[in-house]
Design a protein around this ligand. Structure first.
Ligand code: SF4
Length: 474
C-alpha cells in the first residue's frame, strides 16, 4: 500500500524486490519532486508558527525578490497550509518519536526528503510565478539534528548565494543543533523559531522523550543574543550582516498535557520577558495518534481555547497586561463566553467607568472595545476638543463593548448598570446568550472545563465551524 502511494503508476516494483527496506529505498528513488512536494507540504500543515514580518529589504535590480516590513499577508488553505509562504518540510523522516506527531518514526506514513537543490528550485519557480512571497522551512530529524540542519543550511545558502533570492525565509531551528550551524543559518534566514512544544519539562519528557528542555532553550538563547549583538553592530557599521532580522518565535501544543491556561500564560510571559520572542504560537492538540500517554479528547482540544490564548497573548504584548492579572491559581482558565479583556474588566468593575476625556493612555487601553490605535487617536484628538460618543465611533472605538465602561464628559452613553451579570448578558450576542433568567443560570463561574449542556452546545457552535489543525513537526 505504502509503495503504491509513492510510486503512483510510474513503474512496477520488480518481483525480486522482496525486502521491505529495499522496497522503500526503491520507491524513494522513484519519487519526483512533485511527489515529494505533495508529501512534504501536507506534512508541514501541522506547524502553525509560520507568520512573517519585520524585515524590510528592497529589490536591488539584480537579484530575485524583496521583503516588506509590513509582513506578508497569509491565507490558509482548507487543510491549514499557508499559501503565501511556501510552507514545506525538508523531510518528514524522523529519528524521534514524539507521541503527538504524525511524522514520528513509529508511524507508517509515506516519507520523502528533498535535496537542497530541489528546495531552491521549488522556491524560485513558485516565486517567479507569484504563488509565494517567501519560504517557511521546517523538517523532521533525518539521522540527527546536525545532519538535518546542515542540509537546511545548504538549501538556504544556495538560495541566497547561487539563486540570489532576497525574499523572506523562515527556518525552524532543531533543538540539539551545533551552535555554529545555528549561527550560520541565522545570518541567512529572516526569522527563526525553535518550538517549545510543551509548556513544562514534565510534559516534554512524557510526550517527546527525545527532546530536552535545555536543548530547546539553548538555541533560543543563542538566537536572542545573536539578534541583540547584530542590532548593536548594525548601529556601528551600516553594512554589518543582520542576524535573524525578523526575530524569533516559538510554538506550544495545548491540551496534550494537563496545564491550565494560567500556566500557559505564565510560560508565555516568561518567554517574552526572558527570550525577547516576537511571537508565541498555540497549537490546539488534535488526537491523530493512538497512545496511552495522550489524552483521550474526542476531536482534540477546543479551538476556542486556542483562540482565547491568542487573545490573552495580544493583551500581554500590546496592552501591558500581566498574566497574573488575567488568571490565577484560583481562576486557572479563561471564560469561554467572554474574551479575556472583557472578563478582566468585569472582575474589576471598581476601576470603571473611565472618563474618556481625562483617563491616561494606559487606562484607556484596558477598556473593552478600545484598541491600541483607538487609544492613541483618543489621546491625540482630545487635545483640541472634548470627545463625544459620536467622536469615539469615528475614532474606531467598538462602542457596543465600550459603552458599559466609559463616560464622555461625565455621562454614560445609555442608562446602563455597572453590574457584572447585567453587562455580561448584554455583551453576549443574541445567538450566544444562555437562558439567563429562565432557570437561574448565571455567567459568573463558567469556565473552559464546565461541562453543562449549554456550554457544550455553545462550544460546538462557536468552535465547530473552525478548521481543526493537528499539532506537530519538529
Ligand atoms: S515533532 Fe518533530 S521531532 Fe518530534 S516526531 Fe514530529 S517531526 Fe520528529
Amino acid at each position: 500500500m505504502k509503495q503504491e502511494i509513492m510510486l503512483g503508476d510510474k513503474q512496477e516494483i520488480p518481483e525480486v524486490v522482496k525486502n521491505s527496506n529495499a522496497i522503500e529505498a526503491f520507491a524513494k528513488r522513484q519519487q519526483t519532486i512533485m511527489d515529494k512536494l505533495k508529501i512534504l507540504t501536507d506534512a508541514a500543515k501541522y506547524d502553525v508558527s509560520c507568520s512573517s514580518s519585520g524585515v524590510e529589504r528592497k529589490g536591488n535590480g539584480r537579484d530575485m525578490g524583496n521583503c516588506s516590513a509590513a509582513g506578508i499577508c497569509h491565507s490558509f488553505s482548507a487543510d491549514g497550509r499557508c499559501i503565501s509562504l511556501l510552507k514545506i518540510l525538508f523531510s518528514n523522516e524522523c529519528a524521534y518519536d514524539c507521541k503527538y506527531c504524525i511524522n514520528r518514526r513509529s508511524n507508517d506514513v509515506p516519507r520523502a526528503t528533498f535535496t537542497p537543490d530541489e528546495v531552491c528550485e521549488l522556491t524560485m519557480n513558485f516565486y517567479r510565478r507569484n504563488y509565494i512571497e517567501g519560504l517557511f522551512l521546517s523538517s523532521g530529524i533525518v539521522n540527527n539534528p546536525n545532519y538535518t540542519m546542515e542540509l537546511i543550511y545548504q538549501a538556504i545558502y544556495k538560495l541566497r548565494n547561487v539563486y540570489r533570492f532576497r525574499g523572506y525565509i523562515h527556518v525552524k531551528g532543531i533543538p540539539g543543533t551545533d551552535p555554529l550551524l545555528i549561527q550560520k543559518i541565522g545570518f541567512l534566514a529572516d526569522r527563526m523559531s525553535v518550538n517549545l512544544e510543551l509548556p513544562t519539562a514534565d510534559g516534554l519528557k512524557k510526550l517527546a522523550p527525545n527532546k530536552h528542555r535545555k536543548n530547546i532553550l539553548a538555541p533560543m538563547r543563542q538566537i536572542q543574543q545573536g539578534i541583540q549583538q547584530s542590532k548593536n553592530e548594525v548601529i556601528l557599521y551600516k553594512n554589518a550582516p543582520e542576524f535573524v532580522p525578523g526575530g524569533q518565535s516559538t510554538q506550544m501544543i495545548i491540551g496534550a498535557t494537563p496545564e491550565s491556561d494560567y500556566q500557559l500564560m505564565m510560560v508565555t510571559q516568561s518567554l517574552y520577558e526572558n527570550f525577547a520572542l516576537k511571537r508565541v504560537y498555540y497549537s490546539a492538540y488534535v488526537g491523530i495518534n493512538e497512545d496511552k500517554e495522550l489524552p483521550a479528547v474526542t476531536g482534540g482540544t477546543p479551538l476556542l481555547r486556542e483562540h482565547r490564548l491568542y487573545q490573552a497573548d495580544w493583551l500581554l504584548r500590546f496592552y501591558h497586561f500581566r498574566a497574573e492579572e488575567l488568571l490565577s491559581e484560583k481562576k486557572p482558565n479563561f471564560n469561554i463566553l467572554l474574551d479575556p479583556k472583557c472578563d478582566w474588566a468585569l472582575q474589576h468593575l471598581e476601576q470603571f467607568p473611565v472618563e474618556i476625556n481625562r483617563a491616561d493612555y494606559q487606562t484607556l487601553l484596558r477598556v473593552p472595545g478600545i484598541g491600541v490605535k483607538s487609544a492613541q487617536r483618543i489621546c491625540g484628538a482630545r487635545r483640541t476638543a472634548r470627545l463625544t460618543f459620536e467622536d469615539l465611533k469615528k475614532l474606531g472605538v467598538v462602542l457596543k463593548r465600550a459603552l458599559y465602561f466609559i463616560t464622555c464628559s461625565g455621562k454614560m452613553m445609555y442608562n446602563t448598570k455597572l453590574e457584572e451579570d447585567y453587562i455580561t448578558r448584554n455583551l453576549l450576542s443574541v445567538h450566544e446568550r444562555l437562558p439567563f433568567d429562565r432557570d437561574g443560570v448565571t455567567y459568573k463561574q463558567l469556565s473552559l472545563f464546565d461541562d453543562g449542556q449549554e456550554n457544550v452546545r455553545l462550544f460546538e457552535h462557536v468552535a465547530g465551524a473552525r478548521l481543526k489543525i493537528p499539532s506537530g513537526s519538529v
